[in-house]
Structure formats: structure tokens, C-alpha cells
Design a protein around this ligand. Sequence first.
Ligand SMILES: Cc1ncc(COP(=O)(O)O)c(C=O)c1O
Length: 397
Amino acid sequence: MEKFKVDSKGFYGDFGGAYIPEILYDNVENLKNAYLEVLEDPSFQKEYHDLLRDYVGRPSPLYLAKRLSEKYGCKVYLKREDLNHTGAHKINNTIGQILLARRMGKTRIIAETGAGQHGVATATVCALMNMECIVYMGKTDVERQKLNVQKMEMLGATVVPVTSGNMTLKDATNEAIRDWCCNPSDTYYIIGSTLGPHPYPDMVARLQSVISEETRKQLLEKEGRETPDYLIACIGGGSNAAGMIYHYLDEPDVKILLAEAAGKGLDSGESAATIHLGRLGIIHGTKTLIMQSEDGQIEEPYSISAGLDYPGIGPLHAYLAEVGRAEVLAVTDDEAITAAFELTAIEGIIPAIESAHALGVLAQKKFKSDDVIVLCLSGRGDKDMETYVRIRENQRL
Ligand SMILES: Cc1ncc(COP(=O)(O)O)c(C=O)c1O
């Protein structure tokens, strides 16, 4: 991991760091000084792994998708994060961060959410730990992910619809940071992806790394080797991908394919393909690639998928793309939808729209018949049913 490890100032090459307002300095500094010690503490590890096993339902299965494999002429395994409690990988991170928040004496939890999966995962662990929970969510996302809003409210969280910008994940994150600035002493901000100021990207990647840790063992059992030929994951902020690749980063024979949301097409002006289209800048406390205008105004991203609709990308992923360790593919709304319906039809699994972008990679690349592929199926499609139904109805017209 040495080569791809964050440095002491929170950088991966030129990307990362902690660009924060003065008022948050103590908070971020305390977190930076505490997180490694807490995460590596045996009593934390025990509590975290016990909850992952008994509450989340880990290890998540590594499933050989036979019909999908036949279709693409290679061996495709799905890492079934969709089977976790709450329906996605996000809970791996929220369990870890709430245990950390409790150890740091915090009493109030805030979070941002796009697709609502991180919001639900945060509201869930707050119910579990009896802590106050406020979730910021863009109004556009509140409307397109209604089921998750209802779940958060039933779990006792306050969902605050955000009406600035184009009312999606970036705007929700702005509001969460504003709240944090107003309540720095009692509030812990559970960031939902490998984004934000150092130490968040590294901390979230470590908490999600259980995905690749399990994959190594499961693949050894099934294939007689721990390493696949390819890893595939979608990238919104980058947390499921970070988890999927974490324990493989130093093995160059394991090729990494990351899928970002191309929306209506890379040249359409309506996409969220940050690595393809972005330039270096600072967003939400980290230096990374950002979709921005000539004069540095952040451009509003677009994707059918609320969880990929973000104008930045985690600093680790920007770095992996820059140094060529990862290949980044742009997958459009249409390609993702086709892939979602295909998986449903031939494997009986309805994926989240975000995960469907990872599935879209299978049709873009040529694989050899003996290639072993592990694809992170980051979440299930329940929250996206309204979108899927609408598309099916339109197709019938
Ligand atoms: C199911 C699912 N997959 C992927 C993502 C993208 O986030 P990340 O890139 O942090 O994994 C989200 C975000 O909400 C999600 O809900």
C-alpha cells in the first residue's frame, strides 16, 4: 500500500489535503490525530467487526454470475454489497464513523446524502446508538429517492431538503459543512464517501476496505488465487471503489476499471464525468479534479443516478487515474439503464442505478475467456424503482 498511501499531510500526489475554514480547524485536527489510533485499537476493531457480522450481515457473498459471464465471455463475480443491511456498501463506513464519534464524545450527527443510501445508513446507526441525526439532501434528490427519505424519517432522522444550486449532492454537502461550522463542539460530520478534508478520504477508504479484504479470501476459495484480472466499480465520490481496490492497489497485475457517470454523453454538457472533464481545484475541503468553467465556477453535474451526481471525485481516484493505475470509463445514463435491465433479466438481481454504471463497463471492454472479474455491486435497486418503472413505461409507448 505504500505507493498509494496518503502522506502525512493528507495528499495522494497533488490531490487531497485539508482546505477548511478556521472555525473547523480544531475539529479536523482532533479527528486527524484520533482516527488511526481509534481505528487500529483492538476494542474498536472488535466492536466494528462484530457489528459488521451480526448487524450488517457480512461477509457479503462473492457470487459467480454465470449467465452474465456467458454473455460477456469471461468469469464475472459480483461482490454483493447490495445484500448488506440498508441495501448498500454505505453502512460499512457509517458503523465505523459513529463508533469513532462516540469515542470522541460527540452527541450530534450530521450527514449529506445524494441517493439517500448514506443518509439511511447514517440514520440507521444513529437509531442504533441513540444519537441525534440530521441529514442534508438536495431537493431534487428528495424527490427522486422518496423511499429513502421515508426510511430516514421513520428511523428518527431530520431530513433537511436543500434548495440551493441544482439541489443535489454538492449543495447538500455545502449545507452540512455550514451546519458543522455553526456547531463545531458537539457535532460529528459523517461524510459518506472518500471526499472532504484529510483524514476523511483515507478514513472512509479504510472502513470500506473490508470489501477487498473479504474478496481476497473468497476468491482464494473459489478460484485458488486471491487476485482477479480486473476489478470494476462505479465512482461517485469513490467509496465503494476504494473499498473494492484497497487491498489490491500494490498489485499491478490486477487491473482497475472505474466507471464514472457520463449522463447524456461526455460532450453533451450534461454529465458528471469528473475525471474525464475536470480540472484541478478545491471542493469541500479537498484538492481534486472538479468540473468547472474557464473562470473556476463549479459546473452543475448531471446524472440519472443521484449517487454519482457530484462535480468532484475523491483525491485517491484522481491520483490513480493520473498515474495510470486505474482506467476510467464514462458510462452514460442509457448504457447504465440497459445494464440494469440486463442484470435483472438474466441474473434476477435489480441493481442500484449507481452500480448499473459499473455493470455498463462490461459492454465497453473486451475480455478474454479466462479473465476473472470482480465487480462491486454497490447497492440494490429498491430506491430506484420509480425511475425504472418510468423508463419501462416510456419504452412501451
Ligand atoms: C448504491 C450506491 N453505489 C455507489 C454510490 C456512489 O458513492 P461512492 O462512489 O462513494 O461509492 C452510491 C452513492 O450514494 C450508492 O448509493
